[in-house]
Design a protein around this ligand. Sequence first.
Ligand code: NAD
Length: 254
Amino acid sequence: TGRLTGKVALITGGAGGCGLAASELFAAEGAKVGIVDLPRSEGEAVAARLRAAGHDAIFAPADVSDAGQVAAAVQAVRAAFGPITVLMNHAGILAAVPFLETSEEEWDRVMAVNVKSMFLVTKAVLPDMIAAGAGSIVSTSSISAVVGTPMEVLYCTSKGACHMFARAIAVEFRDRGIRSNAICPGFIATAHGLREIETLSKYGVDVSQEAIASAQGRLCKPEEVASAALFLASDDASFVNGAHLFADNAYTAI
Ligand code: NAD
């Protein structure tokens, strides 16, 4: 049996990038997976592919910054598979822009998708975990929560909030059998990561292969984020609570 057998997992941003790698890995480890992603994403195709491989998976479309859409998607996953006891708060967007050129609109959008979403989705899922007396929440933070990456005041601020969201939820709910941890990836070779590299290079930040190699050794693979998230999601991490697990090849340790 797999490490998530018998569990119902909801993964936001689960149709692309590292979220997709997590959807595939969690399903392979026996979870019934609810993929929550934008309506225009690959979500339906991903869920169909997982079902064809013999797994339980559904796509529940939602913009995670919209309370009504989140409520409907969480309810759809619950109706399909039962109470949700694993949540991966993964959906997030990038903002690489000089601080003085950051608009109020962009500030609000990134904070809504990266931070408010965690409030909305976690609040909608927690009653299942409280009733079950068990649950694991994995929120995707970043190296940008603890180091100021260039041209990313907005993004770093949003990830700093994710970081403390994960920790404070752990403290408030630990006596109910619920764990909350953050996974903090370094630079990853996903659409998000490659866009970041392209944007930063426009602003003259050295993001050459050599610069990334000297900072991090190489780009992180989506599967390496998913496997670290699997550990936190599973009972293997039964006493790991309020932790920040970095998948950055010591980038932030230097
Ligand atoms: P990605 O852009 O490849 O995939 C993100 C997924 O989230 C997509 O499927 C997208 O459709 C979905 N999504 C975006 N906005 C959404 C919304 N409003 N509602 C629902 N779904 C939405 O990105 P990725 O590299 O997998 O990054 C995702 C997470 O990882 C983010 O939280 C990001 O901050 C974090 N992260 C990425 C990197 C990196 O270098 N790529 C590094 C550290 C942390």
